[in-house]
Design a protein around this ligand. Structure first.
Ligand code: ZN
Length: 96
């Protein structure tokens, strides 16, 4: 799953895969070269990979259910809203 982010320094958008373990810009902005999370670059690169893989698994799992004749309909919008809310709750926790 491609996840987009915005560089806090140059404000340009990039894909997390552009700074992940298979990239040429390990933990650095592909445009301005700013090092992200400079105190935990290794952890950051692993977390980027983890976010992408987990995001794709989430999409695949729901898509798989959606593709079955289950007799129910998944509330995809609700699931995405809830996901966004839970991710932002992490942000608030980290900031405090
Ligand atoms: Zn940048």
């Amino acid at each position: 799953m491609s996840i987009e982010a915005t560089c806090g320094t140059c404000k340009r958008k990039f894909l997390l895969e552009q700074i992940g373990p298979e990239s040429d810009n390990l933990g650095r902005c592909p445009f301005c070269g700013t090092r992200f999370g400079r105190h935990y670059t290794t952890v950051l690169v692993d977390a980027v990979k983890d976010a992408e893989v987990s995001g794709q698994r989430f999409v695949n799992a729901l898509g798989r259910l959606q593709g079955m004749e289950t007799g129910f309909e998944i509330d995809i919008d609700g699931a995405l809203e809830d996901t966004a809310e839970q991710i932002r709750a992490h942000e608030r926790k980290a900031a405090s």
